[in-house]
Design a binder for this molecule. Structure first.
Ligand SMILES: Cc1cc2nc3c(=O)[nH]c(=O)nc-3n(C[C@H](O)[C@H](O)[C@H](O)COP(=O)(O)O)c2cc1C
Length: 344
């Protein structure tokens, strides 16, 4: 438990693939959050560069987050099994006035084993995982490099498995959380527990917990931190609403304007995996028209990249948690550090 003491009572800047970069992570850590780089979509060489860059900018604890994936579905057979889905995706591209080209699949998918190797070669203080679990041997390899290992659980069984694998702590991701569900045992729809329910359901699992999901105020963070099992608390969306976060201006403005809980929902439309974000037309246009993850993700990535360039929120995947409606302005990370009472 000693190694974990540096994290006790801290606020984790949530790992958010595609919405965090090394500068944002380093600044978060320097201000007293625990910055986390979402590396799920990054090639191993980019991960190495990211770790290097963060280490140059901060001597504070920070983490690297990976998606645990084992093999990828075959593109040709998946897409040819239902061409109407591809047609629907192409129609969305056309309505956005973006030209469609098929992704260079599977070479665009970063290999998990190589990502892990990159992390072991230049160890960060913390590595966390979502979408799956690693073996007890891999946990040991990370421990041998003095790395704190953190799993993600959306149900009791996943938390028990991470405990058994030897993880140091587990993120409990409640259904309020923004972004992809980390669920890897059973379908996501069976693990949509409210954060408080999940904390209760895992109370006999002897592992420090890091609650995540909808934590948008210091008051909520403090309530969670009263629980002695809580090592640290995760804040995602509230920190995306900072001047420094790498989202485009229209995306941030859209978040500021959201005020109704019904404007936030789960969808499979963008990636083929359940994720929570701000509703837009794509939710409806590709409802039930998706290939399994990660094929859908890479089929829509050209659309999302162009939408960000053109600041078209109608076509962006604007992942956010339920707490987005509780926040009504953009702040600097420094102001957020004061608000969340984090200490340097
Ligand atoms: C834009 C975005 C991207 C995310 N990407 C990841 C990721 O790469 N890895 C991960 O473990 N969790 C990811 N998540 C989930 C967060 O780590 C965290 O569970 C969530 O943000 C907490 O809910 P909140 O946004 O309401 O604070 C993402 C969330 C968002 C909003």
């Amino acid at each position: 438990m000693n190694r974990l003491q540096i994290l006790k009572g801290k606020i984790f800047q949530a790992p958010m693939a595609g919405a965090t970069n090394p500068a944002f992570v380093a600044k978060s850590s320097n201000l007293g959050f625990v910055g986390n780089l979402g590396c799920g979509y990054m090639m191993p060489s980019k991960i190495s560069e990211g770790i290097e860059e963060i280490k140059k900018e901060t001597s504070k604890p920070f983490g690297i987050n990976l998606f645990v994936t084992k093999g990828v579905p075959d593109y040709e057979s998946v897409v040819s099994s239902d061409k109407s889905i591809l047609k629907a995706i192409e129609t969305v591209y056309a309505s956005a006035d973006v030209s469609f080209s098929a992704p260079s699949y599977p070479s665009c998918v970063p290999p998990f084993d190589k990502q892990l190797e990159a992390v072991l070669q230049n160890p960060p203080p913390i590595v966390s995982f979502t979408f799956g679990i690693i073996s007890a041997d891999q946990v040991e390899q990370l421990h041998a490099k003095n790395i704190i290992v953190i799993g993600t659980a959306t149900n009791r069984e996943e938390a028990v498995s991470w405990k058994q694998a030897g993880a140091d702590a587990v993120v409990l991701q409640g259904r309020e959380a923004g972004g992809h569900r980390g669920t890897w045992i059973g379908p996501e729809k069976d693990s949509l527990f409210k954060l408080d329910e999940l904390i209760e359901a895992t109370k006999d699992v002897d592992i420090p917990i890091i609650p995540a999901g909808g934590v948008a105020t210091i008051q909520r963070a403090k309530v969670l931190q009263q629980n002695p099992r809580v090592l640290a608390v995760t804040v995602g969306t509230a920190l995306l609403m900072s001047h420094e976060s790498p989202l485009c201006a229209a995306h941030k403005k859209h978040f500021v304007e959201l005020s109704q809980p019904s404007q936030v929902a789960n969808t499979f439309a963008f990636s083929g995996k359940m994720a929570k974000g701000a509703r837009n037309g794509v939710f409806d246009e590709l409802e039930n028209k998706y290939y399994p993850y990660p094929i859908q993700h890479y089929l829509t990535s050209g659309l999302r990249a162009e939408a960000a360039k053109q600041q078209k929120t109608d076509y962006l995947a604007m992942w956010c948690g339920d707490g987005v409606v509780e926040r009504s302005e953009l702040k600097s990370l420094e102001e957020l550090a004061k608000e969340f009472e984090v200490e340097k």
